[in-house]
Design a protein around this ligand. Structure first.
Ligand SMILES: [Fe+2]
Length: 163
């Protein structure tokens, strides 16, 4: 059923729709990982990381809405169902139970870094297919890279800053 007719030709729409759907799953999954870590973190750096994780969640959720609505605007129905996330989520995840603060920082550096790598591939893929979507993906990437930077900065041993 085609309800919303796309403004893009078929091939460009295929590339763009895939990029948006895959980004949607990455962002929804990231928001779930962020909350899981927010609830389960333990350790001396609890407070700062607990709060920072909610920044990641807010960023991921906000962008997931933008990405999903871009798909809708192009005539591609976005799929954010839990079963779809469970079946297709491909970023590094986390174990269940309590998480040490150091583990959480490593997890977030890794998950955000992988998300950024995947986004950069989609930025390339959408350059010709749909520069409007590409522009949106660039914004998402910048925000996730910023979050990744802040977690990586958290992870430096005390001695490293002076050398
Ligand atoms: Fe909370």
């Amino acid at each position: 059923m085609t309800v919303v007719k796309s403004t893009l030709p078929e091939e460009a729409l295929g590339v763009t729709g895939t990029a948006l759907q895959d980004t949607l799953v990455d962002l929804l999954g990231l928001s779930l990982i962020g909350k899981q870590a927010h609830w389960n973190i333990v350790g001396p750096r609890f407070r700062s990381i607990h709060l920072q994780l909610d920044e990641v969640v807010a960023t991921a959720r906000g962008h997931s809405d933008t990405v999903a609505e871009r798909a809708s605007a192009l005539g591609v129905p976005p799929d954010g169902r839990p079963e779809t996330i469970a079946a297709t989520f491909a970023l590094p995840g986390t174990k269940d139970g309590w998480l040490r603060d150091t583990e959480v920082v490593e997890l977030m550096v890794s998950a955000l870094g992988t998300a950024v790598d995947r986004l950069r591939e989609r930025i390339d893929a959408t350059e010709k297919a749909d520069p409007v979507t590409q522009d949106l993906l660039i914004t998402v990437t910048a925000d996730l890279e910023k979050q990744r930077w802040m977690f990586q900065a958290e992870n430096q041993p005390r001695d490293d800053a002076s050398s």
